[in-house]
Write a protein that binds this ligand. Structure first.
Ligand code: ATP
Ligand code: MG
Length: 669
């Protein structure tokens, strides 16, 4: 692609290479395209080596998409580091974490593991309830994202609950360190602390880096912003692009004000605005503009495109959630049949992951291929977590969260009493469970039998751990799974044989994946595990296998993407806006989320809602989302409106299994 395929403002943004640049523009105006073209421009026209460029984006999916776009432009694979903030942090730490007195083989714990650690920290015998745990975890994450240390947190708190949280934060952080483990927030926090404490390390990274680009800048939090500032250095050769109307991660500490902050921190900042939208029809843009006008604005922008008016937006009201899903399927099949489009041209977007299930089942029933992004990823399945915990232990035997997960999976007769004594002993000695199990002092506290069983287990772990440093990860995993008799254990514990077989099949896929990473990228077990913690394996598999399905994902996951035909489902109060988003700030964020959803669509958009929905086996009456009322009413078409209890004739015709089957048969011809 040539520069002249961009509009003058985009071209200016690409050409601007001296000093900091902010591209501030609405959805679909070509911000990401500026970034990808600019990477090519920097390499081709400015003679910058690919490995001296870092591009950061928000999700793994977006990073892969950007990589693909750049590779297509350059017509070959290249060495530009295109990653998420977390991956970038990981890359930095893999090289330099030693300076912070961690070992190189650190483990990364997912939020669930971190909760188990927090649980452990409670007073002996005291049970912390789930709400409180969530509060602590949220609070700790907030502090980390704002670069607040445990000491500072302690000084800031002014109520008892927060004080407790600060106290937990302190102990949690020391525990993580003693386990040589990091949580997700540490992946950004530690590089910032590293760079601040070790200017020589920072200098090395600054010298390596000649240009930094950040997509979806509106969703960076304070800590990520600091990382950008540090890496960019005095030269400040960076481009960030963003849209304040698409900031949807306030709950994770994102600050739309970062956009304004940038102008303060860099008085020499150049700002370029883009106005033309290249994605959507004007019917879609008008709806988006009307909706977002209900939010207060720092920067005003109005999207327009030269794509003509396009099809009127439809809002379809259905009887209940089953009918809603059936209606989506029937509209989809009908449209596909008439226009001979491909499945991947369609997306079903929703507010929360649990909404996917009913669509998934129906799609399967009608053999509609689909890809589910996020949700219950492969990675969070119990069997995968079990085996991953084993592998994590092999790489880092000090990983206590993993140790506790699998100590009795399969059963080893290590009773909770034994494990408690072990934990207690380890805490006193500031050692990991693995290390503590070898200490003589422990033997005196356990019965001879328990001690022997524990010894047998940890020696076995040690043996595999040593081998895993040199041998092929997939082979080690296979041998380990056989050795522990995992299949037999599944057969004994699963409700039926089919479930056990399905779980075993998932494990096979895991081994295949290890094999592939090892073969294609020469990664060792430790690299693979860290990589694994950050990427959604399911997403990856789908991407590799097929691109033929309907996309199903949450609005959060859809950011930055585009699809010709979009269904925005569950447009009801308490779903979107979400039921716990009732204050003004949260409502504005929910509105931005709806805005993100609408602006994903290129050709048409159908929004659906149900009159009633099952909640805990009871039907509740639903109300249309207030955001629907905020659309230009003379430009949208309501269907099946009115909350009568009888199913309307058209609805009955347009849904139902018989009807869908007929459609399918037509399609198959
Ligand atoms: P979002 O805010 O949703 O992330 P964006 O501003 O990043 O959107 P892009 O994804 O870069 O927008 O672009 C939207 C679509 O418009 C893409 O299909 C892109 O290829 C196309 N596009 C961008 N700029 C131009 C242009 N100058 N001419 C033609 N098409 C363009
Ligand atoms: Mg984009």
């Amino acid at each position: 692609m040539q520069l002249n395929e961009l509009n003058p403002q985009q071209q200016a943004a690409v050409r601007h290479t001296q000093g900091p640049l902010l591209v501030l523009a609405g959805a679909g105006s070509g911000k990401t395209r500026v970034i990808t073209t600019k990477i090519m421009w920097l390499i081709r026209q400015q003679g910058i080596a690919p490995e001296q460029i870092i591009a950061v984006t928000f999700t793994n999916k977006a990073a892969r998409e950007m990589k693909a776009r750049v590779n297509a432009l350059m017509q070959k694979q290249n060495e530009v580091l295109i990653s998420t903030f977390h991956h970038l942090g990981l890359t930095i730490l893999q090289r330099d974490i030693k300076a912070l007195a961690y070992k190189n083989n650190f483990s990364i714990l997912d939020p669930q593991d971190c909760q188990s650690l927090l649980k452990e920290l409670g007073q002996k015998g005291e049970k912390i309830n789930a709400d409180l745990l969530n509060f602590y975890q949220g609070q700790i994450s907030f502090w980390k994202n704002n670069l607040i240390t445990p000491d500072q947190a302690m000084q800031q708190v002014d109520d008892e609950k927060s004080e407790e949280a600060a106290y937990f934060y302190d102990r949690y952080q020391s525990l993580l360190k003693s386990y040589n483990a990091l949580d997700f927030d540490d992946l950004i926090l530690l590089p910032v602390q590293l760079f601040k404490a070790h200017p020589e390390v920072l200098m090395r990274w600054q010298n390596k880096l000649r240009y930094l680009l950040v997509d979806e800048y509106q969703d960076t939090n304070y800590c990520q912003y600091e990382l950008v500032k540090l890496l960019a250095g005095k030269q400040a050769t960076f481009t960030v692009v963003g849209d304040d109307d698409q900031s949807i991660y306030a709950w994770r500490g994102a600050r739309p004000e970062n956009l304004a902050q940038l102008a303060q921190d860099y008085p020499q900042l150049t700002v370029i605005k883009l106005e033309q939208n290249y994605r959507s029809s004007n019917a879609i843009l008008s709806a988006a503009n009307h909706l977002i006008a209900h939010n207060p604005h720092v920067f005003n922008k109005k999207l327009w495109s030269d794509k003509g008016r396009g099809q009127t937006l439809r809002i379809i009201v259905t009887q209940d959630e089953q009918k809603e899903a059936e209606r989506v399927v029937s509209e989809l099949l009908k449209h596909q049949f008439q226009h001979r489009t491909a499945y991947q041209d369609y997306a079903v977007l929703y507010r929360s992951n649990h909404q996917a299930k009913i669509f998934e089942t129906l799609f399967r029933q009608h053999q509609i291929p689909y890809q589910l992004s996020g949700g219950t990823s492969f990675f969070s399945r119990a069997e995968i977590k079990d085996i991953m915990s084993y592998l994590r232990l092999l790489v880092n035997p000090r990983d206590d969260a993993a140790f506790l997960r699998i100590a009795n999976v399969p059963r080893r007769e290590l009773g909770s009493n034994t494990l408690q004594k072990l934990s207690h002993y380890a805490q006193q000695r500031h050692a990991s469970l693995f290390q503590a199990s070898f200490e003589v002092g422990l033997a005196q506290q356990l019965t001879e039998n328990s001690y022997q069983r524990l010894q047998k287990f940890t020696r076995w772990l040690g043996y595999f751990s040593e081998r895993s440093q040199k041998e092929n990860p997939a082979l080690i995993a296979r041998e380990l799974i056989a050795d522990i008799g995992y299949e037999q254990w599944l057969l004994e514990t699963c409700s039926d044989k089919r479930t056990a077989a399905r779980r075993m099949q998932n494990i096979e896929e895991l081994i295949d994946w290890l094999q592939r990473l090892q073969q294609e990228q020469g990664k060792n077990l430790s690299d693979i595990l860290n990589h694994f913690m950050l990427s959604d394996i399911l997403e990856k598999q789908n991407e590799e296998k097929t691109q033929l399905g309907v996309s199903m994902m949450t609005l959060h996951a859809a950011k930055g993407l585009e699809f010709p035909y979009v269904f925005l489902v569950g447009m009801e109060e308490n779903i979107l806006p979400h039921y716990n988003s009732q204050d003004n700030a949260s409502l504005e964020e929910e509105r931005r989320l709806a805005y993100v959803g609408i602006t994903r669509a290129q050709k048409w958009l159908i929004m659906t809602l149900a009159k009633r929905r099952k909640r805990h086996s009871e039907f509740v009456i639903c109300e249309p989302s207030r955001f629907l009322q905020e659309l230009p009413q003379n430009e949208v078409q309501w269907e099946g409106h009115g909350f009568e209890t009888k199913i309307s004739e058209s609805e009955r015709k347009a849904t139902g299994t018989a009807y869908l089957n007929q459609l399918r048969q037509l399609l198959a011809k």
